[in-house]
Write a protein that binds this ligand. Structure first.
Ligand code: FAD
Length: 462
């Protein structure tokens, strides 16, 4: 492709900024990043409080975040944040140690069985499901894999045929049942459901296992995790500062028209002309959200195939509160509440995060899901009240809510559409209409998968 082409990138989150970085590394300097908010980082949002930054969005990474590491190297920064640690409570607020055999004598047989099944799943993923952990979903529903090995920073290109990969379209609980590894869900659920990615009876195994590949899950188990002192937003602010063309903020895109090989973007009332456009912002949002976000199909001259495919996308309603507690009520550590990570407990507090251990004048953040595919959605205010009530039950009552956010979270498709080749169809549309699709829906809703997808998109098409 001509290195001088004019490329418009919609969205200044990890996917959009990484796309800018990888384009620049490849010699494309004529790119423009348009961001609707007055800040970059998207779901990496780290506001200031009492002289420090807390996390309203992304919190952590793992050592296998190679694309994020690439960004760190580009900017000369590192993961220098407070060490993460956690404990567990039951729904009544008692501290428990669910994985400690000595504290759960009656559950020892189950714990032993779980350990065996984890080993079995690890082996199955290496053999029967070879190729499962590549970035993105290309070929999976057809029993193929294609991409780069994510096992080391070296990124070897790999591809192959593996019909077993079609099983990844199954909801994760069915996938586990099929393979006789049901108890592994006890471990995978912590960094999945409580992190807002939905329930195992509704979300295809592909999403679960591409994000929580075996290596990553073991890093969670061993709490071998990265954080950033100035928050995850700082990663993307740093990247933005190092780009030749930093993102333009406060951009309202009124209209995008694609005709005669050109892309006309109306930004804040002015028409701008480009040759290609990369969309990292949401492709489809069924109803206009209170925060004003709309899907790409609503401001682009969306074609029928785009409308048909993107209308299959669902997303999670994931709510975050940042609360103050009185010093005597401040939690010692972060807590997971497994009892609340089931669809029957929709809207309840699943995890809360204490970021700074050396001070009590910092907020804690709480996380709840209020939607399941087969259940009525819980409204925002009801969920908020449930979480505040739960904090009382946990013996860490909030004295004040400092910040709150209902997030457009983890866009995904369900098993039927996944199995019917949704990703194959969208991947086949890359570049058609001079448009490329990136961001969370194309891989998974975490910083590394989105940055890595942008890297591969640039490698494949530019
Ligand atoms: C509470 C929470 C916890 C999380 N925890 C983690 C974690 O610990 N580790 C991890 O790796 N990930 C975590 N994530 C997920 C991670 O933050 C996201 O997956 C990642 O930010 C996705 O990057 P993106 O660029 O695809 O999308 P986003 O971050 O959503 O960025 C999209 C950008 O596009 C902009 N935009 C939207 N519409 C338009 C428009 N019409 N025009 C212009 N711009 C537009 C948005 O304002 C936004 O800046 C968490 C997220 C949340 C909310």
């Amino acid at each position: 492709m001509d290195k001088n082409i004019r490329i418009c990138i919609v969205g200044g989150g990890p996917a959009g900024l990484s796309a800018g970085m990888y384009l620049e590394k490849k010699g494309y300097t004529n790119y423009t990043i348009l961001e609707r908010l007055d800040r970059v980082g998207g779901k990496c949002w780290s506001p200031h409080y009492n002289g420090r930054r807390y996390e309203m969005g992304a919190i952590m990474g793992v050592p296998s975040y190679y694309a994020v590491h690439d960004v760190e190297e580009f900017c000369g920064i590192t993961h220098d944040g407070p060490k993460l640690n956690r404990n567990y409570k039951d729904a009544a607020g008692n501290v428990i140690e669910p994985f400690e055999p000595k504290k759960n004598i009656t559950k020892i047989p189950r714990l032993l069985k779980m350990k065996k099944q984890i080993k079995k799943l690890g082996e199955l993923l290496e053999t029967k499901y070879k190729g499962y952990d590549l970035n993105g979903h290309r070929g999976v529903s057809e029993g193929r894999y294609e991409g780069f090995s994510q096992r080391s920073a070296k990124r070897e290109p790999v591809s192959g045929v593996n019909p077993n990969l079609k099983d990844l379209a199954l909801p994760f609980n069915e996938f586990c049942k099929k393979n006789g590894v049901e108890l592994t869900q006890d471990v995978w659920i912590g960094p999945f459901t409580s992190f807002g990615y939905g329930y195992f009876d509704e979300i295809p195994a592909a999403y679960v296992l591409k994000y929580l590949d075996f290596q990553t899950t073991m890093n969670f188990v061993k709490v071998n995790l990265w954080t950033w002192k100035n928050g995850t937003q700082f990663i993307w602010e740093s990247l933005n500062d190092h780009l030749k063309n930093p993102a333009r903020l406060n951009c309202t895109i009124d209209k995008v028209e694609r005709k005669d090989g050109k892309v006309y973007v109306t930004v804040n009332g002015e028409v701008e002309e480009y040759d290609k456009i990369i969309v990292t912002a949401p492709l489809y949002i069924p109803n206009k959200r209170a925060d004003g976000q709309i899907g790409m199909v609503d401001y682009f001259d969306a074609r029928q195939d785009e409308k048909d495919l993107f209308s299959k996308i669902d997303y999670e309603r994931y709510d975050v509160l940042a609360v103050e507690t009185k010093p005597e009520d401040h939690p010692e550590i972060s807590y997971y509440v497994f009892d609340n990570m089931v669809p029957a407990k929709l809207g309840r507090l699943m995890v809360y995060y204490r970021r700074w251990k050396d001070t009590k004048d910092q907020v804690i953040t709480t996380y709840a899901l209020r939607k399941h595919k087969d259940k009525p959605e819980i409204d925002y205010d009801t969920c908020k009240q449930m979480v505040l009530d739960d904090l009382k039950t946990m013996h860490n009552p909030a004295s004040n809510v400092v910040n709150e956010w209902s997030v457009y979270y983890f866009p995904h498709v369900f098993s039927e559409d996944y199995a019917a080749g949704w990703y194959e169809k969208v991947e086949a549309m890359q570049g058609k209409y001079d448009t490329f699709y990136a961001g969370e829906i194309m891989s998974f809703g975490d910083m590394d998968e989105t940055a890595e997808y942008s890297r591969e998109l640039v490698e494949r098409f530019f």
